[in-house]
Design a protein around this ligand. Structure first.
Ligand SMILES: Cc1cc2nc3c(=O)[nH]c(=O)nc-3n(C[C@H](O)[C@H](O)[C@H](O)COP(=O)(O)OP(=O)(O)OC[C@H]3O[C@@H](n4cnc5c(N)ncnc54)[C@H](O)[C@@H]3O)c2cc1C
Length: 552
């Protein structure tokens, strides 16, 4: 299979030339950029592509063309390539046409001409659409395929794992796809245990867990060395930054990551305030770049591996993993970040992955298309989630307990106000959920009066604050009342070293109450709770690890 195609169509030669140039510059490595000067010629081109079995990822088409208009072309083109993303190039005067096209041909986006500068007005939009296409609908794909049902927690977990680890796969929805049902029936006797993962070598894995899947597809899940200078627990921004600095400075470094590198940031649809990315960067892109960078310097990243305990056997530190194995080292950097607080309402837990999702669950975007979804929470992550899902859903309703969006950055408040299909209900909480195998309805309660009303709901995304993941260190290091880890000067008591402190020096910055165990990022007491802060801390902590190692 060749590179997937991006096809652009415009009758004005200069415009066609410049859009082709911009597309090639940014996407030429991964996609084949093709052009056509009319809808009719473009249809001939895609018929040829179809015959040759070439995938088409995106159509970027001018609306105003003599003969066939952009929307008329797209209506024909999507019969051949139903999964290709569709973008219209329009003039101001055509916006009504574009809005109609959103309903009629499921238009993904319309771009107003001119699109200069492309880094702000073209690439961010196309990046999102292409990564969405790549992750979910890669046609005639000869790699990993996952067969299951959309609203199933087990299928969701596998898709989320693959998407989070940026592993391309094709999703086969057995409720909609007869060929997929047949494929499933062939490998299962009686009632199939879903999801089934079909590997490129023909093997079928029934209902694998993340660990088994990671092993079978060749991800590194166990340590290669008997001993490391530094083991980092958690592959979020703090852990990955630590890994880049440690490995690049010659330390034998392993990162243990329970799910996918990138952490919370990896689930963000667009991080707009991280230095050096003026038009923002998607969390998954940042995670991919950072883990590639860490690996390039020689850090090992163990995927689908959870640390369940840390032991001190001076001068060594031993990290115990969930599969029973252990990794030994001189120093540990603990960067396990935070997890979303759970919504304490009966019935929610059974529906997680089947209509209820904690966090952004970007892999579910396609299943929201045309539906009404709810976003619970009023801080930045909820705002980002609402803006992201508004591109897919018919309507997004934000449920905010407080009187307004006071906890949210102004740029997001403005973005929400500008987005026609987002409604903000303040003073409103979820009081109950209903659904047998999937979410069907929720009760909205007025926080002041307690009055409730039942509404139909397809999907609820919950962003109601975070708690630190520090349970495994509870008996080992000092924490504050909320469970965040104390480090450096914070562990001194009245200017004196704390009881039990064994080193003949004060604790280094980022060092916990156990010498040689460091903490950085969101998990640390009084940290910045931002990507840049986590990256800064993870990097700075390595300087302290070096000082510690000099004396071991
Ligand atoms: C949806 C969303 C959007 C956000 N948007 C922005 C933004 O636009 N700008 C901004 O500056 N900040 C943003 N933030 C905040 C930012 O993402 C966090 O501050 C940052 O990710 C913290 O990094 P961290 O490395 O400390 O922790 P985390 O990102 O939480 O990473 C911790 C990692 O450790 C892993 N882990 C946990 N326990 C274990 C264990 N026992 N064993 C192995 N691995 C473990 C987790 O799986 C995770 O990958 C956002 C957060 C969210 C949730």
């Amino acid at each position: 299979m060749g590179k997937p195609v991006i096809l652009t169509v415009d009758d004005e030669p200069e415009v066609l030339h410049s859009i082709e140039r911009d597309l090639r510059q940014h996407y030429g490595n991964i996609y084949r950029v093709m052009k056509a000067s009319s809808g009719e010629l473009a249809l001939d081109t895609i018929q040829q592509l179809k015959k040759r079995g070439m995938p088409v990822a995106l159509f970027l088409v001018d609306q105003r063309m003599p003969g066939m208009t952009g929307t008329q072309f797209l209506a024909q083109a999507i019969k051949l390539y139903p999964d290709a993303r569709r973008v219209l190039l329009t003039a101001y005067a055509d916006t009504d046409t574009a809005i109609t096209a959103i309903n009629h041909i499921d238009l993904d986006h319309y771009l107003l001409k001119p699109w200069e500068p492309p880094s702000e007005r073209l690439y961010p939009v196309l990046d999102d659409l292409l990564s969405d296409w790549f992750a979910r609908t890669r046609p005639e794909y000869d790699g990993i395929r996952v067969a299951g049902t959309v609203l199933s927690p087990k299928s969701y977990a596998i898709r989320d794992f693959l998407a989070g680890n940026q592993i391309p796969y094709q999703w086969l929805d057995i409720d909609r796809d007869a060929a997929a049902r047949e494929l499933v029936a062939k490998v299962s006797e009686g009632s199939p245990r879903l999801p089934i993962v079909f590997l490129p070598n023909g093997e079928a894995l029934m209902q694998p867990d993340a660990r088994e899947l990671a092993e079978r597809i060749g991800m590194q899940t166990s340590a290669r060395r008997p001993f490391y200078d530094l083991v980092i627990v958690g592959g979020g921004p703090a852990g990955l930054a630590g890994a880049v600095y440690a490995a690049s400075e010659g330390l034998r470094t392993a990162v243990i990551e329970r799910n996918a590198p990138g952490g919370q940031a990896g689930t963000s649809s667009r991080i707009e305030n991280y230095l050096g990315f003026p038009s923002g960067i998607s969390g998954s892109d940042l995670a991919r770049r950072a883990s590639t960078q860490a690996r390039r310097f020689g850090a090992e990243i163990l995927a689908a591996q959870e640390a369940v305990g840390i032991q001190r056997k001076d001068p060594y530190r031993i990290v115990r993993l969930k599969d029973g194995s252990e990794v030994s080292c001189y120093a540990v950097l603990y960067t396990a970040g935070m997890k979303v607080r759970q919504l304490g309402i009966p019935g929610v837990q059974q529906l997680v992955g089947a209509g209820i999702y904690y966090g952004a669950a970007l892999s579910e975007a396609a299943t929201c298309r045309g539906h009404d979804v709810f976003v619970v929470g009023g801080a930045n992550s909820a705002g980002q989630g609402a803006v992201f899902f508004s591109r897919y859903a018919r309507k997004v309703t934000m449920l905010v307990r407080g009187p307004g969006l006071n906890a949210m950055s102004q740029y997001l408040v403005d973005r929400i106000a500008e987005t026609a299909n987002i409604e903000v209900l303040t003073g409103t909480v979820i009081a109950a959920v209903w659904g047998k195998d999937r979410l069907e309805a929720i009760a909205l309660a007025d926080a002041a009066s307690g009055r409730t009303r039942k509404v139909t709901a397809n999907a609820v995304f919950i962003f109601i604050g975070m708690a630190p993941r520090t349970e495994i260190l509870a008996d080992l290091v000092a924490r504050d009342d909320a469970g965040f880890i104390l480090t450096g000067r914070d562990i001194m008591v009245d200017g004196k070293r704390p009881p039990g402190w064994t080193a003949d020096r004060d604790p280094f910055p980022y060092e916990t109450s156990v010498p040689g165990i460091f903490a950085a990022g969101d998990v640390r007491h009084d940290s910045g709770k931002r990507v840049a802060a986590a990256v800064g801390e993870g990097s700075a902590a390595i300087g302290m690890v070096h000082r510690y190692l000099q004396a071991v």
